[in-house]
Ligand binder design. Structure first.
Ligand code: IPD
Ligand code: CA
Ligand code: CA
Length: 258
């Protein structure tokens, strides 16, 4: 546990440095290219951020393995594995809409034990260590106490292949939109998860997510006493999280295999 806390302190220092640089670079011209589809982007700032973090981890923890969105798997010899999204919300970043974050989860023997999500523009640091609760800028957070679905504010997102694969979350969206108090689409899965943890959103669901989108955020929601469900499907993770009453109601509506 002491080692986890020490690792978390290092992560916080590094993501603050990365975030500061991201805000500067967002105001300047940057290179960008598409990945799986025309709307799935990567910028040179994603790549710079990722390399910065990997260099820090390699220097401080040379034995640890790393899984990072843009460069994939870096094999190590230890029981620790880092799961990194250097910019979650890249489309927002590319459009200079400053709603993006750095998301880092750390697994020990296969289980996520540390989660940090940092939102540079808001200077919001979300943190959790397994079994120790969740915090936002050092203050303890818990999920909301909302009980009625028609008062719930819920977030979701849509996959990058939504135009070519009918499994695109539109059916679920249509089934839910008329029953809830409000819907939000932030463009960052990690931020969505943290908004549920902080009690600002009452629930969040999405499909076809990658491990780096959710690794830190799921732990943060769990530690904020939220209900969480995630299952790996062929094209990524299906995720539902929320305050318990709203989670149960959405779970009954969502058209997917539980
Ligand atoms: C994306 C964001 C978005 C979600 C996508 C993710 P990226 O991550 O989290 O909210 O809808 O499924 O891929 O590409 O910005 O790192
Ligand atoms: Ca992401
Ligand atoms: Ca990303």
């Amino acid at each position: 546990m002491e080692q986890w806390l020490a690792i978390k302190e290092n992560i916080k220092t590094w993501v603050r440095e990365v975030g500061k640089e991201q805000l500067i670079r967002m105001e300047q011209p940057f290179q960008m290219k598409s990945k799986s589809s025309d709307i799935d982007l990567v910028t040179e700032v994603d790549e710079w951020s990722e390399q910065f973090l990997i260099d820090k981890i390699h220097t401080e923890y040379p034995e640890h393995s790393i899984m990072s969105e843009e460069s994939g798997w870096h094999e190590g010899q230890a029981d620790y594995e880092w799961v990194i999204d250097p910019i979650d919300g890249t489309v927002n970043f590319a459009h200079r809409f400053p709603f993006f974050c750095i998301s880092i989860g750390v697994k020990y023997k296969g289980e996520t034990v540390i989660g940090v999500v940092y939102v540079p523009k808001l200077d919001e640091m979300y943190e959790a260590v397994k079994g120790s609760g969740a915090t936002l800028n050092g203050r303890s957070i818990t999920v909301s106490v909302t009980e009625r679905l028609n008062q719930a504010v819920v977030a979701t997102g849509f996959p990058y292949d939504r135009a070519t694969d009918p499994d695109n979350n539109v059916g679920n969206f249509n089934a839910i939109i008329t029953k809830i108090g409000g819907i939000r689409r932030t463009g960052s899965a990690a931020i969505d998860l943290c908004q549920v943890a902080a009690g600002r959103f009452d629930a969040y669901w999405e499909i076809k997510l990658k491990e780096w989108d959710i690794s830190a955020g799921l732990l943060i929601v769990e530690e904020a006493k939220g209900q969480t469900f995630s299952v790996k499907k062929e094209k990524g993770y299906q995720v539902l999280v929320g305050t318990p009453a709203i989670y149960d109601e959405l779970s009954a509506i969502l058209e997917w295999e539980k």
